[in-house]
Write a protein that binds this ligand. Structure first.
Ligand SMILES: Cc1cc2nc3c(=O)[nH]c(=O)nc-3n(C[C@H](O)[C@H](O)[C@H](O)COP(=O)(O)OP(=O)(O)OC[C@H]3O[C@@H](n4cnc5c(N)ncnc54)[C@H](O)[C@@H]3O)c2cc1C
Length: 490
């Protein structure tokens, strides 16, 4: 077979794939990254440029409890990293509530009658909790009472996941909202904690400030790509990997990719690092895996996402980074204001660019709606919420993101386990990394850490590190006062 032989063929130029490529390239291991997107690197953490207005796929905060990840961001982006203050609110029935919630402000905005109902419903939940809560609704209602659940959890969670809170497992709530209680929220409001010295204990940073590349998260991954190329690595865009075949005689992987012209190309390497959705990888692997494994992969589900980018004359109505839209009267789930993330996200300070985020399933009514109609919907909804007048919206674009969220349903863990048990002994040179690559609801830092450990395993020639343990180690999503309010931060 023609062509170079790579130490690793890497599928996907998102944070995981590029981190693996960068770490391996630094140690002179020849790598190639194959990415479907013909234009952008960064995967879900890319930044889309529309007429020099920049939009993320949901605003991307750069914060990690891992010193190594923070250092890597600094190494790649250096002075391009801004320190930004965080400002976010919830919109519900015509009112804006500071988020993270301030209990006294929240109660006063809810009004005396609703607040009294909330208080009694909270007390009732404490006195008569649902035993063994099975779903998200029961779990949260036990913690806060049914009224607060309805106001601050139900509508947004159902918009994000497209299913009833009764269908979402209690385990998920326990994992995402662990530590949050009415008592802890009150304590936090009354006695805001000082910033601890120990990084693993830092919680206020997550709430109050974060880092952000001056031209969006995509800038991080564009700079990383430049560095990989300078080190001799290849990053090839417009390549969809469609086949991964193991050649036992040569002990190597033959990876087939379709380029944007429709031609097939083949790449050969010793190791295969995959950040593509597990469902797709498993279907492509040859020799074929047993039917039980293929069907476990087919059972993995995803939630999709689209952003309507609106370019708006800036009338100073809105300076938050983002606002959660709990209100059931509109379809939009969250509104981002990218000029607040970085002034360089707009080419002209007289304008702002907003991202109206709609959670959907690939192929459903929202997903398939023509762009022009989506832009009209977004214009109508932004005006209903009062964040811009329709006449101030001068242009718009639509960015669709399939498989934005790996779904944690009742069976996903069993399916992932089945796949891992089949892959690890049979394909020791396949490495799953990243968010959809491991079906883990991860932030960039987790995805990067799985890639960093994988690169180390490949360089040392043994699986010393367990990339599947990363979530447990980097616990900032699950624990601590900052993690307390992450239920909405999807
Ligand atoms: C709305 C939203 C908000 C978020 N906010 C934050 C945040 O504030 N902070 C944060 O740190 N993280 C945030 N995240 C998470 C972050 O985006 C992900 O953790 C990160 O992008 C995962 O990196 P990855 O490389 O594993 O996967 P991805 O970013 O999904 O990259 C995978 C890449 O593989 C490519 N690919 C897939 N299949 C193939 C194939 N067959 N052939 C070739 N290429 C393929 C894809 O095109 C993609 O570029 C957010 C995510 C979402 C959805």
């Amino acid at each position: 077979m023609q062509g170079p032989f790579f130490k690793a063929v890497i599928v996907g130029a998102g944070p995981a794939g590029l981190t693996a490529a960068y770490e391996l390239s630094k140690h002179n291991a020849p790598v190639i990254v194959l990415e479907i997107d013909p234009e952008y690197v960064g995967g879900i953490a890319r930044t889309v440029n529309y007429k020099n207005f920049r939009f993320d796929i949901g605003g991307h905060r750069f914060f990690s409890k891992s010193r190594e990840v923070e250092d890597l961001w600094t190494e790649i982006a250096g002075d391009n990293m801004l320190h930004r203050p965080r400002s976010s609110r919830i919109y519900y029935r015509g009112k804006f509530y500071t988020y993270p919630l301030k209990p006294f402000e929240a109660l006063s905005k809810l009004g005396i009658i609703e607040s009294t109902f909330c208080l009694f419903s909270f007390l009732a939940a404490r006195l008569h909790p649902t035993r063994n809560p099975k779903n998200f609704e029961e779990w949260v209602s036990n913690q806060f009472g049914k009224r607060l659940f309805r106001v601050f959890f139900k509508t947004y969670t159902e918009k994000v996941w497209g299913m009833s809170c009764r269908e979402i497992s209690a385990d998920w709530a326990a994992q995402r909202i662990k530590g949050l209680s009415v008592g802890s929220a009150l304590r936090h409001a009354l006695f805001p904690t000082r910033q601890p010295k120990d990084r693993s204990q830092v919680v206020k940073t997550l709430i109050d400030t974060f880092r952000y590349p001056r031209r969006g998260p995509g800038m991080m991954w564009e700079l990383c790509t430049e560095k990989i190329r300078q080190l001799g690595g290849q990053v090839m865009l417009g390549r969809r990997v469609v086949g991964c075949r193991f050649d036992a005689a040569q002990k190597s992987w033959i990876v087939t990719a379709r380029n944007t012209g429709g031609e097939m190309e083949e790449y050969r390497g010793e190791q295969l690092i995959s950040s593509m959705p597990i469902r797709e990888l498993v279907a492509q692997l040859e020799p074929r895996l047993p039917e039980a494994v293929l069907s476990a992969a087919r059972a993995l589900r995803y939630r999709d996402f689209l952003t309507v980018g609106l370019i708006v004359r800036d009338r100073g109505r809105f300076s938050d980074n983002w606002i959660y839209i709990h209100d059931p009267g509109v379809k939009v789930g969250r509104v981002q204001n990218y000029k607040s993330w970085s002034p360089e996200m707009v080419p002209d300070p007289a304008y702002s660019c907003y991202g109206l985020e709609y959670f959907c399933f690939e192929g459903d009514g929202l997903w398939t709606m023509p762009d022009s109609q989506l832009i009209e919907l977004a214009k109508t909804e932004i005006a209903m919420i009062g964040l811009a007048a329709v006449t101030d919206v001068v242009d718009g674009c639509v960015i669709r993101q399939p498989k934005a969220y790996p779904v944690y349903d009742e069976t996903y863990q069993e399916c992932v386990n089945t796949i891992r048990q089949a892959l690890e002994p049979n394909y020791p040179t396949v490495h799953l990394v990243g968010r959809n690559g491991m079906h883990k609801y991860n932030n960039q830092d987790h995805a990067m850490m799985t890639a960093m450990l994988t690169a180390r395993n490949i360089l040392t020639g043994e699986r010393k590190y367990d990339a599947w343990a990363v979530n447990q180690d980097a616990e900032y999503h699950e624990a601590g006062a900052a993690g307390e309010q992450v239920a909405l931060e999807t």
